[in-house]
Ligand binder design. Structure first.
Ligand code: NIG
Ligand code: FE
Length: 438
């Protein structure tokens, strides 16, 4: 796959997407700008025979093909209009994958094989596998090697319809390797036409050299890594893995307080393997809390009143072979804003496919296809606080669009293990996928 054209087009040129069988605009029926919850998560704002006019990487007009054809830009006969005929296709906002760990060098095949013979994720981590097993590769790698790994992951994501990706560090686990990871994310973001949001996840696990004194590692994160990442603008968010075997709630609070003091956004991995009370995290106004498999009923009621998004990661449950999946129904029906993401990483979720996540969400978490699509686009944008630019097809927004071989939006979550994404527009740059129509 390669970029078909650059987003910088000659003056007056435009892209015109026409005749979409279903154009899922995801425009807000109420005009609200917060994350969608409850019944709002079932409204896709569908336009039949839909069209989108794009110029200079931005969406200019949205409507039926007849309506958009009357736009003044087209009436003025611009020098070049590239038409993309989407007859028989579903067109939607590009997926926003708001939780990924792409800075690693090798797959963790030993962990994988051990798990297939019955060992659990935590048992493998205690025996020296897990997150720490990815550390050596990242510490030894040159920045350029990391950049290549990240860009190839991002290209795969674009092939599945993803246009915005949050990218975490978290396998370097010392000052130099975490900063190198963030620099690699920055360089990868320059090489990829989509949008990348960088997150410092130095608090993924305590590295072996600080095992006897984890608080010293927490101090280095708070006093060295966060201030440097903020000063060099290498991260937009700070994340922490709040879990037994990772960081305590008290350590996590110290880390998030430092993040807020340095004007960085915060998010956390929490309730993945064991329950935790969320109020100590909520005081930092996290953009999202992620995993949430063991969230309590009391915390569902608390979250329903907040704009903090609960990001569910069912591909991790699938890959770990778990019987239980995150409680999406309890959250959606309780009024919590829910997002979906891949959690792309070498230990629990080696997939770049948002359509697979939609499938898992509908099949194993009983989300409806419409809810899953809202969670994977607009609410994912909210989880990154980017909903002003991303997550819906509306005039003024970035031209991030996915085109699927499908006549009905429910097919996006129906087909699995195959890629029906045919074209992706990332900030107005067109990626073509291989493959013929079925
Ligand atoms: O989101 N839970 C923590 N982090 C990742 C797993 C990382 C790994 O095992 O490499 C997750 O599942
Ligand atoms: Fe994760």
């Amino acid at each position: 796959m390669s970029p078909q054209s650059e987003s910088k087009r000659p003056d007056g040129s435009a892209i015109l997407v026409t005749h979409a069988m279903q154009l899922l605009t995801l425009r807000s029926a109420s005009g609200g700008t917060g994350p969608r919850r409850g019944a709002q998560m079932r409204d896709l704002g569908i336009v039949a025979d839909g069209a989108v006019l794009i110029s200079d990487g931005k969406i200019l007009a949205v409507g039926t093909t007849d309506e958009v054809a009357k736009h003044e830009l087209l009436a003025s006969k611009p020098a070049h209009v590239e038409e993309i005929d989407c007859s028989g296709k579903v067109v939607l906002p590009g997926f926003v994958d708001s939780h990924t760990h792409p800075v690693f060098t090798t797959p963790r095949l030993i962990d994988f094989e051990k798990r297939s013979s019955g060992a659990s994720y935590e048992e493998i981590a205690e025996a020296g596998g897990g997150i720490r097993a990815s550390l050596r590769g990242v510490r030894d790698a040159r920045t350029e090697e990391l950049v290549q790994h990240i860009v190839s992951g991002l290209d795969e994501m674009a092939a599945y319809g993803t246009t915005t990706v949050e990218c975490k560090s978290g396998y370097g686990l010392n000052f130099a390797a975490e900063m190198k990871s963030l620099e690699a994310i920055r360089e990868a973001s320059h090489q990829w036409p989509g949008t990348v949001v960088p997150t410092l996840l130095a608090a993924h696990v305590v590295p072996p050299e600080h095992r006897e004194n984890p608080d010293e590692y927490v101090r280095i994160i708070c006093e060295d890594m966060i201030p440097t990442a903020a000063k060099l603008k290498l991260a937009s968010f700070v994340d922490v893995f709040v879990e037994r075997g990772a960081f305590t709630m008290e350590q996590s609070q110290r880390i998030l307080r430092s993040a807020v003091d340095h004007n960085l956004g915060v998010r956390a991995h929490v309730c993945q393997l064991t329950p935790a009370q969320l109020s100590p995290l909520l005081e930092f106004h996290p953009a999202s809390l992620d995993h949430m498999d063991f969230v309590s009923d009391e915390d569902v009621a608390l979250l329903a009143k907040l704009d903090t998004v609960s990001t569910l990661l069912p591909a991790a449950n699938y890959f770990l072979g778990l019987d239980k999946f995150p409680p999406a129904r309890k959250l959606v029906d309780g009024g919590v804003a829910v997002a979906l993401a891949t959690d792309y990483n070498p230990g629990t979720s080696p997939t770049t496919s948002m359509p697979f996540v939609l499938s898992a969400a509908c099949t194993h978490m009983k989300m409806s296809p419409a809810e899953a699509i809202v969670a994977a686009t607009y609410n994912g944008a909210c989880a990154l606080r980017l909903q002003g630019r991303k997550g819906s097809i509306e005039p003024g927004k970035d031209a991030d669009i996915a085109i699927f071989e499908a006549e009905d939006y429910r097919e996006l979550a129906y087909w699995f293990g195959v890629n029906r994404c045919r074209q992706t527009l990332l900030n107005g740059t067109v990626y073509f996928q291989g493959g013929n129509s079925h």
